[in-house]
Design a protein around this ligand. Structure first.
Ligand code: BTN
Length: 326
């Protein structure tokens, strides 16, 4: 009910009477009063005036359970959402939730991670108060070989969600880094539990650099944040909710063919590598090629220096620009 009260107060520019809240939610005055007090404790500034009611003052950013719930406009993605001030890793927690029977669409969000995980066994430094760390749990009826494509679906959702929030859509660096002005602002880590030809669950973890921050020296030259790019504060709960909304739409399109047929044109329009020379860091030997875009399986199509064509599968290699990160 707290999230709904919050949403109602947010919609109004004038006071909402206690009586109206009681009637609307079918609860007592004491229940409303308690809910308002808890919201105040979470950091909302709510003015209470006798005979007038409650007024939500211009909001300082609050990133928490009620803010997330009240911003979510989806049917299933991000429902339920579970917020943690501090957690080891949202991916780890999402996997535990999956094992305990949490439904498809469950979202785990944290303000801080003590053991955030990146790809290739790296850690993802996750300080408090600055960024968005979240993991979406999916339980799809899909063949396991289709699962890696969902990382690309999430990359599109992140790009669209950022665009909807700040008014400027970033690029995608194949397969799933989100970049702006040539620097990485988001990473995605997908993990799954599979048994032969059956997916138990997939967790897609997303870390978006939102606030201005000092990055570790080893990544400072390739990393940036939304606030550095757009020069203003970015509300994290709205950002997460917009990403979930976009994911839901793209996921439906993914399910039409169980691949990226209905998405690849839009994906390729966001792809920073498109039409550029890239260095393919293949464990079997590095080579330079011209990137042309992805196919319906999410593989990167490249033209080699001898004119032949090749499809690159994301699991095997990574790609760099020949003059830098993108
Ligand atoms: C990468 O290396 O680019 C992927 C980074 C993914 C980080 C996110 S933060 C939320 C989720 N929980 C984790 O432990 N990792 C992912």
């Amino acid at each position: 009910m707290k999230a709904q009260i919050l949403a109602m107060l947010r919609e109004r520019t004038d006071y909402v009477s206690g009586q109206e809240l009681c009637e609307h939610f079918g609860v007592s005055r004491t229940a409303v009063w308690k809910a308002i007090n808890q919201l105040k404790k979470e950091g909302y500034r709510i003015e209470a005036v006798q005979n007038k009611g409650y007024l939500l003052e211009t909001e300082a950013e609050v990133f928490g359970q009620n803010e997330l719930e009240s911003r979510m406009t989806t049917q299933w993605a991000g429902k339920p959402v579970h917020f943690f001030e501090t957690i080891d890793s949202t991916n780890v927690r999402a996997k535990l939730a999956a094992e305990e029977g949490a439904p498809h669409g469950t979202l785990i969000v944290a303000d801080r991670q003590t053991a955030g995980r990146g790809r290739r066994g790296r850690c993802w430094i996750s300080p408090a108060g600055a960024n968005a760390y979240f993991t979406l749990l999916l339980k799809p009826e899909l063949s396991p070989d289709r699962a890696p494509m969902l990382t690309l679906v999430m990359a599109m959702a992140v790009a669209k969600g950022i665009g909807d929030t700040v008014g400027k859509t970033p690029d995608i660096k194949w397969p799933n880094d989100i970049v702006a002005e040539g620097r990485k602002i988001c990473g995605i880590l997908t993990e799954m539990s599979v048994e032969r030809d059956y997916i138990h669950y997939i967790v897609i973890g997303v870390g978006v650099n939102v606030g201005k921050q000092d990055f570790a020296p080893e990544i400072a030259h390739v990393a940036s944040s939304l606030e550095e790019i757009c020069g203003r504060k970015v509300p994290r709960a709205t950002l997460v909710a917009n990403i979930m909304k976009a994911f839901e739409t793209y996921y439906d399109r993914f399910l039409q063919h169980c691949d990226l047929t209905a998405l690849m044109e839009e994906y390729n329009s966001l792809l920073v590598n498109c039409g550029r020379q890239v260095r393919v860091l293949d464990p079997g030997g590095e080579f330079t090629a011209l990137a042309k875009g992805i196919n319906a399986r999410g593989e990167l199509l490249v033209t080699l220096e001898d004119g032949s064509e090749k499809e690159i599968f994301a699991g095997e290699v990574s790609v760099r620009g020949i003059y830098g990160y993108t």
